[in-house]
Ligand binder design. Structure first.
Ligand code: SF4
Length: 336
């Protein structure tokens, strides 16, 4: 099915919806802000499948890690429809309700000029064996690039069954030893910057802006800044910390919390654990004013310290950076 410029994989959704026994099921639709424009189309589709009562979550949604539990507790839907991501693969806690994950794919064919530019850049780097990776939404564009490069004689590797997430680059790690380099197909800086933490041999293609670019300079700058923060902390007395636990199913990580506990014990730092659904600047300021810690560790989304709070007036660390603080800083550790 097509909604706007996206292809929606609806088969699982139809299956789930049809299997609900309630005569008029209540459905909560949830999508990231960039995909909320599909709500009208998707809501209309649901009503064609069967008689349903549809609610549209206007809250932010940053991933399949982020199912809106407060809305679920009030609405008690028969089904939550999460749009745009596959089930969060790193979840330690399952959401306490029925969720169907509906993939949508940005339907774009890269322009010939972009394909030629990519091919030229691969040639200039003497890359013949190339891995093409992407988040789920950009998979179609990535497949089209892979097909083109394959037709031009490149050896292509892919991992379509393991889409990139901001905190999950296992496909990059798995393919790194068998390729000369990577093409990451994704919009904006977010995923490209994360991938560049794992490999220096990376080109990024943004299918929304038709732009090919090399994220390694940005990534090196980011890593230098993060390492500097850890080194500075190592050289000062540390007494008190705050550990932030996520209050979304995918962002609540008991195993990471227990790793953090051991690391804190190792350096003799006392700490408190706070919970929060969305960690924003005002929440962080409140937490800082409440507990006056020497530093803060975020165990919910590991991209928050890097992307949102890099400039906070106090060090805000990922669990990986806490490990560097305790064990040494030779190699940058991301995410935990
Ligand atoms: S990077 Fe953050 S928001 Fe994205 S999937 Fe991971 S935990 Fe969720």
């Amino acid at each position: 099915m097509k909604c706007d410029t996206y292809i929606v994989e609806e088969s699982l959704l139809v299956e789930e919806l049809s299997s609900i026994s309630a005569s008029r099921p209540r459905v909560l639709l949830q999508a990231p802000d960039g995909l909320k424009k599909l709500y009208d189309c998707l809501g209309g589709f649901l009503k064609k499948v069967r008689d349903v009562e549809v609610y549209y979550s206007a809250s932010p949604s940053f991933g399949a890690c982020d199912i809106p539990l407060e809305e679920v507790a009030l609405l008690r839907p028969d089904l939550v429809v999460h749009v745009g991501h596959a089930k969060y693969p790193l979840a330690e806690v399952e959401p306490p309700l029925r969720v169907v994950y509906v993939p949508v794919y940005y339907d774009v064919t890269p322009r010939t000029e972009s394909l030629l530019e990519i091919e030229g850049l691969l040639g200039s780097r003497s890359w013949r064996r190339v891995a093409v990776v992407s988040p789920l939404t950009e998979r179609l564009a990535a497949q089209r690039i892979a097909d083109y490069l394959s037709s031009r004689g490149f050896e292509i590797r892919e991992a379509w069954d393991r889409p990139i997430l901001g905190c999950d680059y296992r496909s990059v790690i798995a393919l790194a030893s068998s390729v000369d380099g990577f093409i990451l197909v994704s919009g904006g800086l977010f995923h490209a910057l994360g991938a560049a933490l794992y490999t220096d041999n990376l080109l990024a293609y943004d299918p929304y802006r038709e732009k090919v670019w090399d994220p390694s300079v940005e990534a090196r700058k980011l890593v230098r800044g993060r390492v500097y923060t850890v080194i500075r902390l190592r050289n000062q007395p540390l007494r008190r910390a705050v550990v932030i636990a996520g209050a979304r199913p995918g962002q609540f990580r008991p195993s990471v919390l227990s790793m953090v506990a051991k690391l804190m014990e190792k350096i003799g730092v006392e700490y408190v654990v706070t919970t929060v659904s969305y960690l924003t600047l005002d929440r962080l300021l409140t937490i800082d004013e409440t507990f006056r810690p020497d530093f803060i560790v975020v165990t919910s989304c590991p991209r928050l310290p890097l992307d949102d709070f890099h400039d906070f007036h106090k060090p805000v660390l990922t669990p990986g950076e806490l490990a560097m603080l305790v064990w040494g800083v030779e190699k940058y550790v991301f995410p935990w």
